[in-house]
Design a protein around this ligand. Sequence first.
Ligand code: DAH
Length: 339
Amino acid sequence: MKERLENLRKAAIDQLKEAGSLDRVEEIRINFLGKKNELANLMKEMGKLPSDIRPEMGKVANEVRTEIENFIENKKIEFKEILLNEKLEKESIDVTIPVDVRFVGKMHPITLVISEIEKIFMSMGFSIEEGPEVDTVANNFDRLNAPKYHPSREMSDTFYFTEDLLLRTQTSTVQARTMMRDKPPIRMISPGRCFRYDTPDATHSPMFHQIEGLVVAENITLANLKSTLETFVSMFFGDDIKTKFRPHNFPFTEPSAEVDVTCFKCNGKGCSICKGEGWIEILGAGMVHPNVLENCGIDSKKYTGFAFGMGVERIAMLKYGIEDIRLLYENDSRFLSQF
Ligand code: DAH
């Protein structure tokens, strides 16, 4: 009996070693271990053995079975690996084959300009604030010291919802909101959409973007305003660009200025971008009017501040040489893919 078991073991293992495919391994398994086959027959005969050798034979039979099973298992794994490798080989992708180039989305020029300006001011320690597009007359005009009968308040310039609610006409609303919420020192910029009752043409759009800036702390002076804006200009437009502060008037700042930069296209000689002037106006700025500080709950005897505001479309158009503001809102991928 023992010998027959050993022969069976040897025969199975020999056949398995020779087996050339998964199917063949399965065939061998059925022949040797299947219900009606060799090992099963031997097991049946086992019952007829004298009881003193039966247990030992049982043990050997089990060993033979486990050994063959393990061998089959390993053989199967081996074949599966071979099959997998063959499959990988056959299906591997040839990365050198030319492919169709798919159109991938890009950042909109407005987004590009805003994020570049945000990066520059963040590097100077400014935080980024957000404010709602629907705001109060108080935040858009009253707290910002706009005269009661200022023309910009007119229905013909501003979209009103009610007497107290409007679509903000400037991001300066966020100055009021930030000062009412935070104590100085304040150092923030705030990009966002603004709305004015304008008929669209090459340079006007009823919806546009601004970036507001505000710094309030003790001992802030015009020198801080100048150095901050000059740093911004050289980081954004280039080191060789000069700035010029022209006196101007805004209700919320005193003194106020408009800031011009030397034309980055012609370097001040005069061209179509600067309309022959050599200078380009890029933003409005000034020292925060004491009335504005007080209107927003800040002690104007203790604190001073400066503010500035710029039009994002204008800067994008200058930077990228875009001639019509309406192109920025048409979502024409032939236009947008240039940036
Ligand atoms: N809000 C002004 C506008 O819409 C821009 C501006 C000018 C903002 C001067 C300021 C500032 O904060 O100081 O034209």
